[in-house]
Design a protein. Structure first.
Length: 348
């Protein structure tokens, strides 16, 4: 089968690799219909951390179940499924608490499982999914092709934006600021509106992304950063700041901006993969600003969000502004790295 392999910084190749097979009786093999490139994939693509040897890559996919192990009870061959970006058994103490990302037997795509067997990267024609019952969520029926991008967003970015909004305490009437205009930040705008935010300020410097943010419900856009950005947000919020701030980038400057635009007593929900982030604890202490969040347990949110996508009430699909076939994965990465695309969908 064809799969995406990261060989070194900015060296992505589409190569032939062995087809996956069932290893455990709890596995499923999924034929991938669509995958995508994530902003977090760009960190290793750029060499952070350095790539020591070729590795499979990709962690977002939707597809059709081709094989199931003898212990799989909730899925059947032919089911169309969404795979969260981490697999989980659904039964450990953390899974039962809704934190499937900390599953004691779970893990990620593109590396070995707990028994040392390779789990394929999601950017390939097929993927072996461990703990299929606890991981995969089947759609009510076979979706129309037009619905596939929205369903794919539920494997990561929509659930992650939703997690940021929940962590920030967004509720009816909340004034919200979203720091970051990547796919997660844009989904954070959509999630905040879905949860009843009265005003959503998107911090974005890029006109195409600003347009998507407005489509998703942003009432205002602030392009400035630093002191100017803080002043602009304060002007929009009557000099107070935001009740809830979504930090969807993961860099030190983004976190600093998020904390500074929060009002006293406000909350920052962070979901950006942290790189070089240090918290200004004394400032947070003085202003009673709290920070909450982390890696999003999208498996916990999937059933609720799937219902709304399936019914047409929720549509995150505009975050995919470029679609390419799997064998052009190198171009997909370059487009996102160079900010020519918000998020690239890979068709299989």
């Amino acid at each position: 089968m064809l799969a995406t392999i990261l060989h070194a910084a900015r060296d992505v190749r589409s190569e032939r690799v062995p087809d996956p097979t069932l290893v455990a009786d709890t596995d499923a093999v999924v034929g991938v219909v669509a995958a995508c490139v994530c902003g977090s994939d760009l960190w290793p693509y750029r060499g952070d951390p350095p790539v020591d040897e070729p590795r499979r890559i990709g962690h977002e996919l939707v597809g059709v179940v081709e094989e199931v192990g003898s212990a799989v009870s909730t899925l059947s061959v032919g089911d169309f499924v969404i795979a969260p970006f981490l697999y989980s058994d659904g039964d450990c103490v953390h899974c039962r608490a809704g934190v499937q990302t900390s599953c004691t037997r779970g893990g990620g795509y593109g590396g070995p499982d707990h028994d040392g067997h390779l789990v394929d990267g999601a950017q390939g024609e097929r993927v072996r999914v461990p703990w299929a019952d606890g991981t995969l969520v089947a759609t009510p029926a076979q979706p129309a092709p037009s619905l596939v991008p929205a369903l794919l967003s539920l494997s990561d970015v929509m659930g992650t934006g939703h997690h940021a909004a929940l962590a920030a305490g967004v509720g009816p009437g909340s004034p919200v600021v979203v720091v970051g205009d990547g796919a997660v930040g844009l989904c954070g705008v959509l999630a905040a509106r879905r949860l009843g935010a009265s005003r959503v300020v998107a911090m974005s410097r890029h006109e195409p992304r600003q347009a998507i943010a407005r489509t998703f419900g942003a009432s205002d856009v602030v392009a400035e950063r630093g002191d100017e950005g803080v002043a602009a947000v304060h002007e929009l919020t009557d000099g107070v700041g935001a009740d809830a701030v979504l930090e969807c980038v993961g860099t030190g400057p983004a976190m600093e901006q998020a904390i500074r635009v929060a009002r006293p007593g406000g909350r920052v929900g962070y979901v950006g993969l942290p790189h070089g982030v240090e918290l200004p604890i004394l400032d947070m202490f003085r202003r009673n600003v709290s920070v909450s969040g982390g890696i999003a347990p999208v498996r916990a949110y999937l059933p609720e969000l799937l219902t709304e996508v399936w019914d047409g009430r929720l549509d995150p699909s505009p975050v995919f502004d470029l679609s390419l076939p799997l064998d052009r994965a190198a171009e997909a990465y370059a487009a996102m790295d160079e900010r020519r695309a918000v998020k690239t969908l890979l068709t299989v």
